[in-house]
Structure formats: C-alpha cells, structure tokens
Design a protein around this ligand. Structure first.
Ligand code: FAD
Ligand code: DHB
Length: 390
C-alpha cells in the first residue's frame, strides 16, 4: 500500500491530524495497535482550551461538543480554608475553557473517520517505522498474522509515551528531560451531581484533590496518592471520605456520592524529548512529551503540536515548501516548554511534598498568598490555563 502520510497511533493526536489532512486533500493511513473500544475506554483529560475547540471546528467535528460540552468561565483554588476563584473570563479579556471529555473528542473523531470510510487499521501489531532518514520511508505491521508494508512520504508518531516511534529514533539523536513526582492521581468517575458548577483544585494537609466533571450528572474526582499505591487498597467509600476532607466542609456538605464506574491511578511526570523531527519522522503529543495533569495541559498540548504539524504538511503539499516541516520541532517545543513550566508550577503549588521540608512548605504558602493578593499573578495563571496562543 502507498499513502502520503502514515500516522502511528489513533489517540486524539493521530485522529485529529488524520482528519485535518483529509480535509486538505492529503491521503493518510492510521495504524493503531488497540481496538476502538479499548481506545475509548481510557478515561483521561476533561478540559479543552479554545485553541483545541477551534481545531475541532476546523476539523468539522465540533457539533456535539458545542451541544453537550460545558463552557467554564472560571475555577476555584482551595488551600486550607482559603477559597480563591480564578475568573478566567475577566482575567483574560473574555477567554474560557470547555469541559468535554477526551473520550468524547476521540469518539467524535472516530465517527467522522467512520462516516468517510477512512483508512484506520486497528489491532495492528509490531508496527515499525523504517528509513525515515531518507526520502522513501515506510511502515511495516502485522495484521491477522500477515506482515504488511505502507510506503509513504512522511511518518507521524502519534503513539503516546509508550509508543514505538520515539523508540525507533537512533541512539544519541534524542535528548530527554524528565522529572518524576513521588505521587500519582487516583481518579474516579461516578454518576453523581458535581459538587460545584466549576472545578475545585484543593491543596489540603493530607494532599491534593480535584473536583471535576463530565456533565451535570457525571462527576470526575482525583486525589493525590503516593507512588506505588494499589488502586484496590482504596474502596469507593474511602475515596469519598478523603475527598470530603480535602475539599473542605462546605463542599463535603454538598457532595453527592455514588458507586465508581471507573477507578485508576495515573503517575505524575514531566518529560520532553528533543528534537521532535528526525528526517521524515515527526513526533507529536504524548509521544514527544508528558506533563503532570494539574494544569489540564496534556491533551491541549497534543492539539497544538497537531496545529503546527498539520500546517507544515499542508504547506509541503499545497505550496511545495518545507519551511513548516523544517521549523516544526522548534515551533512546537517553544510552546511545549511553556506548558511544561506551567504544569510543573501548578503541581508544585497544589500538592503535598513532605520530603522537601519546612522551607518548601513556607514557599508554597507564600506562592498561594501572592496569588490571592495579586491580580497580575492571577492574570498569569489564567492566561496559561486558557492556553497560550499558537
Ligand atoms: P495517546 O492518547 O496516548 O494515544 C496514543 C495512541 O497510540 C493510543 O491509542 C495507543 O494505543 C497507540 N499506540 C501506542 N503504541 C503504539 C504502537 N506501537 N503501534 C500503534 N499504535 C500505538 N491530560 C489531561 O490534560 N488531564 C488528565 O486528567 C489526564 N489524565 C491522564 C491519565 C493517563 C493515565 C494518561 C496516560 C494521560 C492523561 N492525560 C491527561 C494526558 C492526555 O490524556 C494525553 O496528553 C493525551 O491522551 C495525548 O494524546 P496522544 O494522542 O498524543 O496520545
Ligand atoms: C481534569 C483533569 C485535569 O488534569 C484537570 O486539570 C482538570 C480536569 C478532568 O479529568 O476532568
């Protein structure tokens, strides 16, 4: 088989890229090693920046998001007894975020692909990118026990942190930057009315908590747990009790509880690989970088990579210019590092780090006091949270 662009991974990065390229008349094939149901079963991000919602519009997959998504004008930070509302709309001159789950974004993209009979090969095993240092790259894979080959012009590695694309880069060509946090987030999804109409990020003596949602009847909550925690050690009841402590008495009184329909632990890590382009292989999304989830940047950052990458590929085919491809890594990384900084900062502000000692705890308190007392600090938080410009 021959195509113009072979995309490895059918998560949000791969599907958004494929949809944008299709609309520009560029042929592509997506290879995914899981099944569609498995991809949809992964509960992940929930807050979309306007940059991403704009791209979903551009891709022609935004109708359901506009019908069912929840625009949010602000959120609350709760530290001890202090409650600070961050009025995103006021602080940014009118910008907001959209609460709409990654699962729904992925489903809308899958539906758009299905309606045009797009080439997505699910359950493709042993996917390998080859010869991307020359002009004739190819991808091989196993399907139903048979090996297949796709000849292409470019390979886009959209296969997440554990994918094969980054691992295929020759040793020494990649510089990696990493920070691993000594805790993870235990998340639950439950058919319970959200405790507030906006999100609450809390830093309590016993750890971080986040009250989020997917709809007016479906709540998503997270609590900080030490690395190595067994998810089965936390019953639903224990999680609800801990949420009530960490989110404070007022929220506890209002909190509706119920059985969890999903429960999992995500480790927290900051990671960047540089560069993001190796000849005719480009990395995008989690394949190239990871942020801790505190600033809700992971999915949004994947989308900004796809903005630069789709633009570069469209420029290559439509204008016969490789300027966008040559600059892809540099442009994407400039925005990635700012999101890395912001996610690290929000993580540092809102989690318990007992191992860092009393000095750090005081700095954390001073950071929160400064935020509460300074509009300039709040503007900085708000402009990063709604998303820096592309
Ligand atoms: P992915 O979503 O990882 O998609 C990659 C795809 O490639 C997958 O479908 C995978 O099956 C496929 N693949 C992998 N290897 C291969 C291979 N060898 N061959 C073919 N296909 C392959 N972000 C937030 O903002 N908020 C959150 O609350 C949040 N929670 C998260 C929880 C977890 C457990 C994880 C892992 C991430 C979370 N994130 C969160 C981050 C956010 O979900 C990611 O940034 C986003 O999914 C990135 O999209 P992606 O398409 O780049 O990668
Ligand atoms: C959600 C996840 C986040 O990381 C975040 O900062 C806000 C919301 C969520 O899953 O709803």
């Amino acid at each position: 088989m021959r195509t113009q662009v072979a995309i490895i991974g059918a998560g949000p990065s791969g599907l958004l890229l494929s949809q944008l390229l299709y609309r520009a008349g560029i042929d592509c094939v997506v290879l995914e090693h899981r099944s569609p149901d498995y991809v949809l079963s992964r509960i992940r991000a929930g807050v979309l920046e306007q940059g991403l919602t704009g791209m979903l519009e551009e891709a022609g997959v935004a109708d359901r998001m506009h019908r069912e998504g929840l625009p949010h004008d602000g959120f609350t930070i709760a530290v001890g007894e202090t409650r600070l509302r961050i009025d995103l709309k006021d602080l940014t001159g009118g910008k907001t975020v959209m609460v709409y789950g990654q699962t729904e974004v992925t489903k809308d993209l899958m539906d758009a692909h299905a309606s045009r009979d797009a080439k997505i090969i699910y359950q493709a095993d042993d996917v390998i990118p080859h010869d991307f240092d020359g002009n004739s790259p190819k991808v091989t894979y196993l399907k139903d026990g048979q090996r297949h080959e796709i000849l292409c012009d470019f390979i886009c590695g959209c296969d997440g942190y554990h994918g094969i694309s980054r691992k295929s880069v020759p040793e020494g060509a990649l510089t990696e930057y990493e920070k691993v946090y000594p805790f993870g987030w235990l998340g639950i999804l439950s058919y319970a009315k959200p405790v507030d109409h906006e999100l609450i990020y809390a830093n309590h003596d016993t750890g971080f908590a986040l009250a989020s949602m997917r709809s007016h009847t479906l709540s998503r909550y997270y609590i900080q747990v030490p690395t190595g925690t067994d998810v089965n050690a936390w019953s639903d009841e224990m999680i609800w009790d801990e949420l009530k402590i960490r989110l404070g008495a007022e929220a506890a009184e209002r909190m509706e509880t119920g059985p969890s329909i999903e429960k999992s632990i995500a480790p927290l890590r900051s990671y960047v690989a540089e560069p993001l382009r190796f000849g005719r292989l480009m990395l995008a999304g989690d394949a190239g970088h990871i942020v801790p989830p505190t600033g809700a940047k992971g999915l949004n950052l994947a989308a900004s990579d796809i903005h630069y990458l789709s633009g570069a590929l469209i420029e290559h085919y439509a204008e016969k210019s490789d300027a966008g491809i040559d600059h892809y890594s540099q442009r994407a990384l400039a925005r990635i590092w700012k999101a890395e900084r912001f996610s690290w900062w929000m993580t540092t502000l809102l989690h318990q780090f007992p191992e860092l000692g009393a000095f750090n705890a005081r700095i954390q308190q001073a950071d929160m006091d400064y935020l509460a007392s300074s509009r300039a600090a709040q503007v900085s938080l708000a402009e990063n949270y709604v998303g820096l410009p592309y």
